[in-house]
Design a protein around this ligand. Sequence first.
Ligand code: FAD
Ligand code: 2HG
Ligand code: ZN
Length: 468
Amino acid sequence: MHSNLIGRLRGAVGDAGLILDAPGQATYLTDWPRKWSGTTPVVVRPASTDEVAAVMRICHETRTPVVPQGGNTGMTGAGIPDKQGGQIVLSLNRMNRILDVDVVSNTMTVEAGVILQQVQQAAADADRFFPLSLGAEGSCTIGGNLATNAGGIAVLRYGNTRDLTLGVEVVLPDGRVWDGLRALRKDNSGYDLRDLFIGSEGTLGIITRAVVKLFPAQHGRATAWVGVPSHGDAVQLLSMMQSICGERIIAFEMMSEFGLSVILRHVADTQRPLGDVHPYYVLVEIADAQRETPPVLLEEALAKALESGLAHDAVIAVNDRQRQAMWKIREGVSQAQLREGNPLKHDIALPIAQIAPFIDAADALVAAHFPQLPVLNFGHIGDGNLHYNVLLPHDLCDDERERLTREVNLKIHDLAIAYRGSISAEHGVGLLRRDELRRYKSAVETDLMLAIKRALDPDQLMNPGKVL
Ligand code: FAD
Ligand code: 2HG
Ligand code: ZN
């Protein structure tokens, strides 16, 4: 570490912007699933773009590596420094202001450290809707959502974070500021630099501000929990409901009975929504600007589903309390898995038509090679995104855990690629998938990614060791 680094950083952000003591740093140094931990000489918390730029100039001059961090809810270890102790953590959590809500342009301008739930609330307060929604929304930041191109439960209708973003401001590794904070829906004036930074997991620059899109408020909502005979029926149900409800389907989530049973076991105040047990369940939500439309469409679609045998039972939430209870089950899944075992997460993207054949083949693979391991399968099937997670027991020795992790990942990911899928749909690469990426990206694609990294971060200061 450079001798006067801390003193210079103090000059840039003041005492309020530095965390030097171990207890204060602790929450920045271990990730949410408690899989990775690291050390750092200092957590730096700038309060403005100018302060971020000053910090980056110092880090550039002193060749100090930087790990950006938002809410530290990421699933791939990408926001955690290594164990060597030479990387600083740059937290955006003091840059938490909503700068502008424009209901004519339908845009909101925010600092990167604003918590996602506050963005949603500010939109609602202006009678608008910001659709990005995920289990971590009370803690994750919009900067982290941008850096991971987060997906969540409304991608089916509104797209992922990339699709929800018009402009970004970025501080580059040498401290220069790129002002791409444009609120334009059309801009073909050259290469799309914005899209380089979205999804780059802190490896190319620090996102400091963003302009996001707002949508008309959805005053009408109807939500149902549906028991279906199989995962294939769940996929058919999506297609059938789209014919009736069109683009009003805002979320279409699937979960296996095993997934539900794990959640009921570990998440307080959750109840089985239907009396009987079914192999799979779908949580479907319809939304519209008109209050009256969604319940009518949902009832019509579900009646048809029950009649045709695509669904065996269904319950529609009659009030917001029941709706929240359904979503509480869905959003409890990550926490419940950690309590049940050690989840090997497989965040698979597939063409939607390949979901059922993939699950059949993956179930057969696991049954043949790892019959002792339960599969907890759920996901955003409206987006072709499965969380095909395999649970390891808590009490395995390190060697056995590493062997099983390697072997299970290889089988599931090879299969996903054989179905022309992806091994990371929405969580990113970080540390979790970095080494596997080499197996699945072509030499051409890897070369292009490395060329971009070298062009933007020639000194390898931004989040070293992550993604590439
Ligand atoms: P962090 O975890 O702090 O950082 C994530 C990455 O972004 C790191 O690489 C970090 O270096 C980088 N980064 C953070 N801020 C910046 C910045 N301003 N500039 C540059 N780089 C930055 N994800 C989904 O896609 N869909 C889901 O449904 C979903 N559900 C989740 C549910 C739970 C319970 C949890 C814990 C996580 C879930 N996630 C989901 C993971 C998701 O990626 C994160 O929740 C979120 O997008 C990360 O935001 P964060 O602010 O916590 O980022
Ligand atoms: C979700 O969809 C998240 O809830 C987390 O992407 C998935 O815990 C997981 O594997
Ligand atoms: Zn997910």
